[in-house]
Design a protein around this ligand. Structure first.
Ligand code: FES
Ligand code: FES
Length: 185
């Protein structure tokens, strides 16, 4: 008696569209394909895979602007219809996001392997907590492991970025107030 082997046919794949950093990527994926690999297969390789088991946080991406997820343990098909932000969506050379600038300024990385996940978890946190304490930053980053830096500089970097974003927001409010009063203050 022979046992039928499962086959990789078109019937076992799904055509999905992933919206990553504002751009749509179509892909044929098996139902078991994890989001981290689907993202990397688009050519966006900033999302790293460290443990493949939801332990290290290297693969964190942000869903719908403010929710961090470990993309190594989410199926790609589950991400269809969601807004995905990866580290490539944060800034660009010459126009770094305040978090990227702060990690640079504070030496918040050495080898950099954990850095995309650190940045994306921090980015999500700052959507909810604009003035986190040292302890809150450490708690938020509890699922992100770094083998190199000892974390202190990462925490300093996140707080520098939080301050920069608050200053930026205050500056925007001042500009709006000036515009509302015709610039007379
Ligand atoms: S690769 Fe996803 S948590 Fe480690
Ligand atoms: S900077 Fe090397 S693992 Fe974090």
């Amino acid at each position: 008696m022979t046992t039928a082997e499962p086959t990789d046919t078109a019937e076992t794949t799904h055509r999905i569209t992933l919206k990553i950093n504002g751009r749509a990527y179509k892909q044929d994926v098996e139902p078991r394909k994890m989001l981290a690999y689907a993202i990397r297969d688009t050519g966006l390789r900033g999302t790293h895979v460290g443990c493949d088991s939801s332990s290290c946080g290297c693969c964190v991406v942000v869903l719908d602007g403010d929710t961090p997820v470990k993309s190594c343990t989410m199926f790609a098909v589950q991400a269809e219809g969601r807004e995905i932000t990866t580290v490539e969506g944060l800034g660009a050379p010459g126009a770094l996001h305040p978090l990227q600038q702060a990690f640079w300024d504070q030496h918040g990385l050495q080898c950099g392997y954990c850095t995309p996940g650190m940045l994306m978890t921090s980015y999500a946190m700052l959507q909810h907590h604009t003035d986190p304490t040292d302890q809150e930053v450490r708690e938020f980053l509890g699922g992100n492991l770094c083998r190199c830096t000892g974390y202190n500089n990462i925490v300093k970097a996140v707080q520098q970025a939080a301050q920069a974003l608050r200053d930026d927001q205050a500056g925007k409010l001042d500009t709006l107030a000036a515009a509302a009063t015709g610039g007379s203050q």
